[in-house]
Design a binder for this molecule. Structure first.
Ligand code: NAP
Length: 293
């Protein structure tokens, strides 16, 4: 029997004394799609791994991270609100994680804890698929200045984009602009408070990114100024993930833009983490099927 993606169907893996364990540390973690997509990928490739949710409150972050090594874990993902808090407890941190001030993936090698930020790679892969070779020197606008915006800013600056960061809280936009300018040599990055955003500013962009939580259920909508002014020829990326397109991407598609959804970024960051833990490429279609099921 084969799965819808053509991979041979496998029996659910049995956890044994040799099974390598990966966790996800966060608060909450019960909503996370990561256990589902990684366990499906391990099973599809016949890898003796299991992925488990690990709810951890803020005061226990240090004990939890050190516990990964003590308990013989192969690694972990880290999610909200602990992506920054884990850093002091790691032995080494990648350049992307240091610049983003956020770790979302940990590996454990012989007791050494290494932190990575695969969200940056998730954005890079998502945009590379539609526009990678065409972005050098092009203007890109990022709405937001939190964790997803940092990942987008680092990925877009490495494509050579000229960045404009727009955020509700101006100080956060200013800080992100300074961080990217200092961290990625040659980057040009300016920032604007959200009320100063204009139609013409949106229209002159090659890439437009929503990296806020606007558009998630109950969080309000992406401002109409942004959604209604995207045009053909633009690439529009929404970090918010949903089954199907978000309202922002529906509007962008209606305006003729090429759209990239948050699920593609989610799969890209997961694929990079999977390879860090297992040393083999991730079965992306198995992962996509698992989250869409
Ligand atoms: P975060 O660090 O808390 O940042 C949230 C951002 O949203 C901030 O810039 C905040 O502005 C802005 N914001 C929130 N409410 C707003 C409002 N009412 N009006 C204007 N701006 C508002 O969160 P995050 O980790 O960056 O996550 C942002 C989104 O990206 C979430 O939907 C998350 O699920 C998604 N995400 C997706 C992936 C993926 O793999 N697809 C990965 C990471 C995150 P202020 O600075 O003014 O508060």
């Amino acid at each position: 029997m084969r799965t819808p993606t053509g991979h041979p169907a496998k029996e659910a893996a049995l956890v044994s004394g040799t099974t390598r364990v990966i966790g996800i540390i966060g608060d909450p973690v019960s909503h996370s799609l990561s256990p589902r997509l990684h366990n499906a990928a391990f099973a599809a490739l016949g890898l003796d791994y299991v992925y488990v949710p690990l709810p951890v409150v803020a005061e226990d972050v240090g004990a939890a991270v050190r516990g990964l090594a003590a308990l013989g874990f192969r690694g972990a993902n880290v999610t909200i609100p602990h992506k920054g808090a884990v850093i002091p407890f790691l032995d080494e941190v990648s350049d992307d994680a240091r610049l983003a001030e956020a770790v979302n993936t940990i590996t454990v090698d012989g007791g050494v804890l290494r932190g990575y930020n695969t969200d940056v790679e998730g954005v890079r892969r998502a945009l590379d698929g539609v526009a990678g070779g065409t972005l050098d020197g092009q203007p890109a606008l990022i709405l937001g200045a939190g964790g997803a915006a940092r990942a987008a800013a680092l990925a877009l600056s490495r494509f050579g984009c000229r960045l404009t960061i727009v955020n509700r809280t101006p100080a956060a936009a200013e800080r992100l602009a300074a961080l990217v300018t200092a961290g990625v040599p040659g980057t040009r990055c300016r920032w604007l408070p959200l009320p100063d955003l204009t139609e013409s500013e949106v229209r002159r962009q090659r890439v437009v990114v929503n990296a806020t939580s606007l558009g998630m259920g109950g969080e309000g909508k992406v401002p109409a100024l942004l959604a209604d002014n995207v045009t053909a020829g633009q690439v529009v990326f929404d970090a918010v993930y949903a089954i199907g397109l978000t309202d922002f991407l529906v509007a962008a598609q209606a305006g003729g833009a090429t759209v990239v959804d948050g699920l593609t970024m989610l799969l890209g960051q997961a694929a990079e983490a999977f390879s860090l833990w297992t040393g083999v490429p991730a079965p992306l279609e198995v992962m996509r099927d698992a989250v869409q099921r």
